[in-house]
Design a protein around this ligand. Structure first.
Ligand SMILES: [Zn+2]
Ligand SMILES: [Zn+2]
Ligand SMILES: [Zn+2]
Length: 461
């Protein structure tokens, strides 16, 4: 039996505001346990980024310090490679990071060594350079004594791909004390870093050692990470509870998209080096390694969709009936009849979502409604309750419904009220799901703003 007190003493890096504590676990090193009963939609942990790097596609559209999207940004006159909201963001980034890179980053990014890297290696190289630049600005450069995050980062377990050497990094002065430290940090990248997103769109990669150290993965998670941007600050990760969590329960977040039913085992093995024992993975291993392919024939596909909608009870859900019970899955995968196993084939979700967006854009509303509702049923089956993807999809369904009822049909009288009510009902459901996660990402835009606009238009129609 491990001594609990010594574990507790060594976790004084956990922010005091957090609702979790770290306990030893016989199989998973540690687990994050709820310190008290946590209601749905609570912030379990709030932790600032230790280092970030914008995706190539976002460079010049977002501030390199606070990551907010801005219509006009000021370019660093030193290197011409970094952009900022204003002098405040630029000064803060300069002091904590950029002063160590500005002179050399341009030459480094133009070098053959950097240009020859694969796209993902270039991201790693920049993120690692930013991390080292930040560590070089400490009073005692690169010292874990000076940086709790560095101490925690080095405590993280290296991933299975940790024998891969670190990519080249931008030369920094003072240089890291040893290549060993650079390799040690990079060995934690693959299985610990996070993709930062705004309204579900990926915008950057980030190192958040405290979150990495605390949370294990589940494909049926009871919490999820969101990113909060604010002027002048580095991005903050907030881990939010997706449902009520009881004191003593383990809190898990998804490391990968829970919809990856077929490829997840491979990702766990190659990237993370663990076997997931969540209820969804237990079900998948029970039904065998290969998920059957869905039918290609249109009639059979339509029949399959109807069966899935029926199984999930999506019509009752849309009427606002409490199909989604207090547990994390509306209908447990365990009850899934063998005839529906093929809906778990990853191609089924992509076929449905392509059909939904194509039909919505082309104005084929009967088709859009059918694939939209079937896709909702699939989301309710594979995602945990209140998962943001469900809310975003309900919002898309509301937009399509609006275009169908008002733009295409232009109803009058009683028909108009019925049509309005369907749109409001979808928006209410979208809000009830998205409110759990709350505002995140770029605060000027996003689903809540879109919902307000559509509600206004519908009210005045
Ligand atoms: Zn900024
Ligand atoms: Zn610069
Ligand atoms: Zn799992």
């Amino acid at each position: 039996m491990q001594d609990l007190r010594s574990t507790m003493q060594s976790s004084d890096w956990i922010p005091s505001s957090s609702l979790v504590e770290l306990h030893p676990d016989p199989t998973k090193r540690n687990k994050a346990i709820a310190r008290r009963n946590i209601p749905v939609g609570s912030t379990v942990l709030s932790t600032p980024a230790f280092a970030t790097a914008l995706l190539d596609s976002e460079k010049g559209h977002r501030c390199d310090h606070c990551l907010r999207e801005q219509p006009s940004l000021k370019k660093c006159s030193g290197c011409g490679n970094y952009w900022y909201c204003d002098a405040k963001c630029q000064n803060l980034h300069w002091q904590t990071n950029h002063k160590r890179l500005c002179k050399r980053i341009g030459q480094f990014e133009n070098s053959v060594t950097f240009q020859q890297l694969e796209k993902h290696e270039r991201m790693d190289s920049l993120l690692l350079s930013h991390l080292l630049a930040q560590l070089s600005t400490l009073n005692e450069p690169y010292s874990p004594r000076e940086s709790r995050e560095l101490e925690v980062a080095l405590e993280l377990l290296p991933g299975p791909a940790s024998n891969v050497s670190a990519p080249p990094v931008c030369p920094i002065k003072p240089a890291p004390p040893s290549q060993r430290l650079v390799e040690d940090l990079f060995a934690r990248f693959g299985n610990n870093n996070f993709t930062i997103h705004s309204h579900l769109n990926s915008i950057a990669h980030g190192v958040f050692p405290v979150a990495s150290r605390l949370f294990n993965h589940s494909c049926v998670p009871n919490a999820v990470a969101k990113y909060v941007f604010s002027a002048g600050n580095t991005v903050t990760m907030e881990v939010v509870s997706l449902r009520d969590i009881a004191v003593g329960e383990e809190i898990c977040i998804p490391y990968i998209d829970p919809a990856l039913m077929q490829t997840r085992h491979q990702v766990f093995q190659i990237t993370y080096g663990f076997v997931c024992d969540c209820p969804a993975c237990a079900f998948l291993s029970k039904i065998g390694t290969s998920v059957p392919e869905p039918p290609e024939d249109a009639t059979e596909l339509a029949h399959l969709g109807a069966k899935l909608r029926d199984f999930v009870g999506v019509d009752e859900y849309l009427k606002g009936a409490p199909v989604v019970a207090a547990d994390s899955q509306p209908r447990s995968l365990d009850d899934l009849p063998p005839a529906l196993y093929c809906v778990l084939h990853e191609s089924y979700m992509s076929t449905l979502s392509e059909a939904f967006s194509r039909a919505s854009h082309e104005g084929d509303y009967a088709q859009a409604a059918e694939s939209g509702v079937t896709l909702l049923a699939l989301y309710l089956l594979v995602y945990p309750k209140n998962y943001p993807q469900i809310g975003m999809h309900l919002l898309e369904m509301a937009k399509t419904q609006w275009n169908h009822s008002f733009v295409a049909l232009n109803p009058a009288g009683e028909d108009k009220d019925i049509a309005k009510n369907i749109v409001f009902q979808l928006l209410d459901l979208a809000k009830s799901v998205l409110r759990v996660l709350g505002t995140e990402g770029d605060s000027e835009t996003g689903p809540f703003r879109e919902i307000e606009v559509l509600e206004d238009i519908a009210r005045n129609a």
